[in-house]
Write a protein that binds this ligand. Structure first.
Ligand code: GLN
Length: 500
């Protein structure tokens, strides 16, 4: 049962081959057994999960089930869920029990899905390795001495170790795609505004977007169907007609199912810009592109000339927004308050000094600096101009192609501690993903094979991810393009050993 994809799980539940309570218990048992080794969950609450499962069983028995009714899902601990501890990976919210549901959570509840638990993450979603979490690092199921990626590392590790059928993540600069790549999952970051940010703890509001992490494109489509939609409580939510994101997946494949598809290959990903990319990862990405050619797609060379400015622009804009968003954590309204302090200002200072970790403080300092009088024009405004240039590059590129392909991450999973002391090295983990957030575009990561990495006397095989970038609102098309590849390859169905 645990190896099934969401569609077949859903069919088994509808046919009453298994109840939601049984399925939920199966996963809770697996979490109890394996989670101590990988630390993917911050909170599990079997009583709450099972109560939801029983309600789902009643709904299924009444024949009123929806596709996700009764399916247990892991939720990144950035989403407020009523009655659940919601920490965002921080000591600052270490005691925060949310009084309300994020829209994403409310939508899953309405669909009848079961909340299996809240997953570990980098503190306030700042990081690429899950090492900034107050609740300790997450270990990658493919090699427990390595990071799962971040910031949605707990969600990625939970799905990779089969401690959840699928999970949610959020992606501000790559935090769905990069951990998906490092853990052999399929992950989708939707177009900005497609999924409501209400109740999703804000990091950088103009970049943050929630999305699904699963084992295949179809699983992601099913989750996105529940997550997406207009929400008047989020002023950046887009009011568009509802879509079935799985609508193209079942279409007749034929011999060359992707005939006519134009794939753009940016020279900045494959030529000059690729020195930083592990050659093994590049080899796997190129093999995936060959597979796409076999499926009938054509490739065209394109250019994204301002790509190299994306990481520097992001590390001005994201900290600027974070410094503003995180000002609400003042020790008064909710969360951590220092035990001892003098006056009010001292209470603010001590609560924030003790409640936030080093990476969060670094971002608040950078953000406050770039927004301050005298530096605003030189840094923040300049970064916003670069952001526009990057978005324009994509607009021009999509006149020449339907989808852009490249690596998701420049490396496979790195060792715990390997990059923790060097923030710039860590920031470069997102060199291929960040431009997409700056432009607000949808993109996916899809498993594309395994790199052989020497280790000690022996070696390990580590997964690599192929990134697919689409034009605005091309989620259904991206899922279809990923699905065709997954029909022709089986990388996505390989499982990490040792989690039976
Ligand atoms: N790694 C990037 C950062 O640290 C992106 C994080 C994210 O997407 N949440 O900001």
């Amino acid at each position: 049962m645990i190896a099934r994809n969401l569609k077949t799980l859903s069919q088994a539940l509808a046919a009453r081959e298994i109840s939601s309570a049984e399925l939920t218990r199966l996963y809770l048992d697996r979490i109890a057994r394996h989670n101590p080794r990988i630390n993917a969950y911050i909170t599990v609450d079997p009583e709450k999960s099972l109560a939801q499962a029983e309600a789902a069983d009643q709904r299924l028995a009444a024949g009123a089930g929806a596709p996700l009714t009764g399916i247990p899902l892991a939720q990144k601990d950035i989403f407020c869920a009523r009655g659940w501890l919601t920490t965002c990976g921080s000591k600052m919210l270490g005691n925060f029990v949310s009084p309300y549901d994020a829209t994403v959570i409310a939508r899953f509840n309405a669909a009848g899905a079961v909340n299996l638990g809240k997953t570990n993450m980098d503190e306030f979603a700042m990081g690429s390795s899950n090492e900034t979490s107050f609740f300790g690092p997450v270990n990658n199921p493919w090699d427990t001495g390595r990071v799962p990626g971040g910031s949605s590392g707990g969600s990625a590790a939970a799905v990779a170790a089969l401690l959840a059928p699928a999970a949610t993540g959020t992606d501000t600069g790559g935090s769905i795609r990069q951990p998906a790549a490092l853990c052999n999952l399929t992950g989708l970051k939707p177009t900005y505004g497609v999924v409501s940010r209400y109740g999703m703890i804000a990091f950088a509001s103009s970049l943050d977007q929630a999305g699904p992490m699963g084992r295949c494109a179809e699983d992601c489509g099913m989750l996105l169907n529940a997550m997406a939609g207009f929400d008047e409580r989020d002023s950046t939510s887009l009011d568009r007609p509802a879509e079935d994101y799985c609508r193209d997946l079942a279409a007749n494949a034929g011999d060359k199912p992707l005939a006519g598809l134009k794939i753009g290959l940016p020279k900045e990903f494959f030529g000059d810009g690729c020195e930083g990319c592990d050659p093994e990862v590049m080899r796997l990405v190129e093999a995936a592109i060959d597979e796409y050619r076999r499926l009938g797609a054509e490739t065209v060379d394109i250019s994204l000339p301002n790509m190299r400015l994306s990481v520097p622009a992001y590390y001005v804009i994201a900290p600027a927004e974070a410094s503003s968003n995180l000002s609400r954590f003042d020790g008064v309204r909710y969360g951590y308050r220092a035990a001892e302090y003098g006056d009010l200002n001292d209470m603010y200072g001590k609560s924030r000094a003790q409640g936030f970790g080093a990476e969060v403080k670094r971002r608040i300092l950078i953000g406050t600096y770039v927004l301050s009088h005298g530096y605003y024009d030189a840094y923040y405004l300049q970064a916003q101009r670069i952001r526009r240039l990057i978005a324009n590059d994509f607009v021009a590129a999509f006149k020449q192609c339907d989808v852009i392909l490249g690596p998701t991450s420049p490396s496979t999973a790195f060792k715990l501690g390997e990059k923790a002391a060097d923030p710039v090295q860590m920031y470069l983990s997102d060199i291929y993903t960040i431009a997409v957030n700056l432009a607000g575009l949808p993109a996916m990561s899809v498993p594309c094979g395994f790199a052989h990495v020497g280790q000690g006397g022996g070696s390990v095989w580590l997964p690599a991810g192929l990134q697919l970038i689409g034009n605005y609102f091309a989620e259904a098309k991206l899922l279809d393009i990923a699905h065709r590849y997954q029909q022709a390859t089986d990388w996505h169905s390989r499982r990490a050993a040792g989690f039976d």
